[in-house]
Design a protein around this ligand. Structure first.
Ligand SMILES: Nc1ncnc2c1ncn2[C@@H]1O[C@H](COP(=O)(O)OP(=O)(O)O)[C@@H](O)[C@H]1O
Ligand SMILES: [Mg+2]
Length: 354
C-alpha cells in the first residue's frame, strides 16, 4: 500500500517547538480550514517530541458528548490498577522516552470516583494534582483536537467556560502544562477570539493549506509533470487532502475535474434547496432565517476575488455558509475565503447560472 510521508510544516512546527521550549503561560489555539493538515501536523509533532515531554492527546471528533459522564469518558482512559500504577511509576521515574497517551490514563477506581463526584471542580482538582506530579520530572502537554464538539455543551452552565478557566489555571497561573486546542470550526474560533475571559491568555496559530512552493515541492516529489503540477494548483490549491487524491490517481487531470464536478453538484443542490426552504440559524440566543438572495450576494463577491472582508455581510447568510463548510473565516484577520480551491471554482461555476 502506498503511503505518503509527512510533508513540510517547518514554519508551523518551529512555532510550536518555540512554544514548548518555554514555560507554559498561554493557551494555544490551532485553527485553519477543514482538511488543512492540523491533526496530521499534531500527530507528527507528537512522534518527534524530545524525551522530556509527556503528551495526552484527546480527539473529540465524532465523539458524542451530552452529559458529564460522556465528558469524563472522553477525557480519561481506564487502565487496570496494575497498569495504571506502572504508568505512574514510568511517568515519575523514566526520563529517557517521550510518553504518549490518547486519553488520560487512570485506574478504574479513579474513574468510578470521578463518575460519582459529578462535579467539575473535583475533576479539575484531580487533573491539577496529576499534572503537578508529572511536572516534577517531565513536561506535560495536553492537546484537545476538535474542541468545538463541546462548544455549546451546558452541564451546570457552559462547560467551555469551566474548561477555559482550568486551562488558564494550568498555563498562566501555575505554568504546569502546555495546552493546545485545535479546531476547524471558524465560528467557534471567532467566539473564542471575542471571549473576554481569554483576552491576553491565549495565542493563535494558523495551519492553513500549503502555499504554492510547499504544494509544488510535494507534487514534484511524486513525479508530476509541469502540466500536472499546473492542474494540481489550479484545482487543489494547497489543500493537502486534495493533492493526495491526485498523487494517488492515474489520470490526474480527469480526477481533478471529477472532484470539481462533485463540488459543483453539491453547491447547485444547496442553492436549489434554498429556493424551497429558508434554513434557521442561531446567532447567540436569536434565531434567523437564511435568504437565498443573501447567500448569492456573498458568493457573488468571489467571482473576481479569492478573499473578502468580513465586514458588512449579511450575518445569517455568512454564518450559514461558514457552518456549511463552504467558507472559512479567519477571525484574526477578518478575512473570509472559500474552504478550498475546489469550493472557489465551484462557486464561480455555479454563479454563472444564478
Ligand atoms: N503535512 C502533510 N503531509 C502529508 N499529508 C498531509 C499533510 N497534512 C495533511 N495531509 C493529508 O491531508 C489529510 C487531511 O489532513 P488533516 O490533518 O486530517 O486535516 P485537519 O485536521 O486540518 O482537518 C490527511 O489525512 C493527510 O492525508
Ligand atoms: Mg483534524
Amino acid at each position: 500500500m502506498k503511503r505518503i510521508p509527512f510533508h513540510n510544516r517547518e514554519r508551523e512546527l518551529n512555532e510550536v517547538m518555540k512554544i514548548l521550549e518555554v514555560e507554559p503561560s498561554l493557551i494555544t489555539f490551532i485553527y485553519g480550514p477543514i482538511n488543512s493538515g492540523k491533526t496530521t501536523m499534531i500527530s507528527h509533532l507528537i512522534d518527534q517530541l524530545p524525551e522530556e515531554y509527556v503528551v495526552f492527546y484527546i480527539n473529540l471528533r465524532g465523539r458524542f458528548i451530552s452529559d458529564y459522564r460522556d465528558f469524563i469518558r472522553v477525557l480519561f482512559k481506564i487502565e487496570t490498577e496494575k497498569k495504571y500504577k506502572e504508568i505512574l511509576k514510568t511517568i515519575s521515574e523514566i526520563s529517557a522516552e517521550t510518553l504518549k497517551f490518547s486519553g488520560i490514563p487512570v485506574a478504574e477506581s479513579v474513574m468510578n470516583a470521578l463518575f460519582k463526584e459529578k462535579s467539575y471542580e473535583d475533576v479539575f482538582e484531580f487533573l491539577e494534582e496529576y499534572f503537578t506530579t508529572i511536572a516534577k520530572n517531565k513536561r506535560p502537554v495536553l492537546i484537545i483536537d476538535e474542541l468545538q464538539v463541546v462548544g455549546d455543551l451546558k452541564i451546570n452552565g457552559l462547560l467551555m467556560y469551566k474548561l477555559f478557566n482550568f486551562f488558564i489555571r494550568l498555563t498562566k497561573e501555575l505554568h504546569l502544562c502546555h495546552i493546545f486546542a485545535v479546531s476547524s470550526d471558524s465560528l467557534f474560533i471567532e467566539n473564542v477570539y471575542s471571549e473576554a475571559m481569554l483576552d491576553g491568555r491565549c495565542r493563535y496559530l494558523l495551519v492553513d493549506d500549503f502555499d504554492y512552493e510547499t504544494a509544488a515541492a510535494l507534487v514534484e516529489g511524486h513525479g508530476f509533470t509541469d502540466d500536472e503540477k499546473a492542474v494540481a494548483w489550479e484545482y487543489c490549491g494547497g489543500k493537502p487532502v486534495c493533492l493526495m487524491e491526485l498523487i494517488y490517481a492515474d489520470n490526474r487531470e480527469q480526477i481533478a475535474k471529477d472532484m470539481l464536478k462533485t463540488r459543483v453538484t453539491q453547491l447547485k443542490d444547496l442553492l436549489d434547496y434554498l429556493d424551497y426552504t429558508k434554513p434557521r440559524i442561531m446567532i447567540g440566543d436569536d434565531e434567523y432565517l437564511v435568504e437565498k438572495g443573501d447567500i448569492a450576494d456573498i458568493l457573488n463577491r468571489f467571482v473576481d476575488t479569492e478573499y473578502i472582508d468580513d465586514e458588512g455581510l449579511n450575518r445569517p447568510a455568512k454564518h450559514f455558509l461558514i457552518k456549511d463548510n463552504i467558507l472559512f473565516l479567519n477571525p484574526h484577520t477578518g478575512i473570509i475565503k472559500p474552504q478550498s480551491r475546489l469550493n472557489l471554482l465551484a462557486i464561480r461555476e455555479v454563479l454563472k447560472d444564478v
